[in-house]
Design a protein. Sequence first.
Length: 261
Amino acid sequence: MSRTVVLAWILSARLLLGWGVEGHRLAVRIAGGMLSPAARLEIGRTLGPGESLAALASWADDVRTYRKETDPWHYVDIPLDSTGFDRKRDCPRGECIVAKIAEFRSQWRNPALSDSKRREALLFLIHLVGDLHQPLHCANNHDKGGNDVHVVFFHRPTNPHAIWDYGILDHMPPEDQLFTAMRAMITSQREAQWSRGTVEDWANESFHVAGSVAYAGLPQVSGSQPMRLGEAYQLAAEPAVREQIAKAGVRLAMILNEGTR
Ligand code: ADE
Ligand code: ZN
Ligand code: ZN
């Protein structure tokens, strides 16, 4: 393969995945700092020595390419013109992110399951709670959650889905600085507020961010030119990205702490 082909392949492999590695790692790092001693111990025992939750945050995206049946577990296509998640319409066979989070949540809590089953449940859980908070993983406008729309973002050809997976984050401060800022957003009042609700509620919240920010900022297509997005789109999106990732961290910690002290 020529270098150009290899490069094109590497870049295209980033399409369709969840938050980029950084977004998932941030959510998991936030959760990691909020674990109960018992949850921390159990996670450490399950992962084994030298393994960290943050380093495994995108394991589920890595296996997605060769475990094809897991692909739909990363999102739910809630029609943009609907009022929100409808299980019969959006998740009829239980193969969507909402159903899978529930399934892996109960597997992680089930001591009767084998260590390897529970380890895999944990790895899917830490990743999928992040994906649920990527607005375009909970919305669809006949475009695979923005994947099929050609746009130009800061002079580069891309699509809205990729912009939300990693494009906005790539134009934000470095990871450690974001981590500190997100931790500071999590006041005890917000923590209590964000910990409420069901996985369905969180999907609906993400869906509403998709409608009010991600899709709302896309001007109507004019002619055959891809729309050009930049500073204005970035600035409108940043607060939503910060809040969604912080919420993912808080809610993941809550799920992992369940039944522990
Ligand atoms: N494929 C189809 N819909 C999708 C979505 N909302 N997010 C990611 N991949 C998808
Ligand atoms: Zn994605
Ligand atoms: Zn994913």
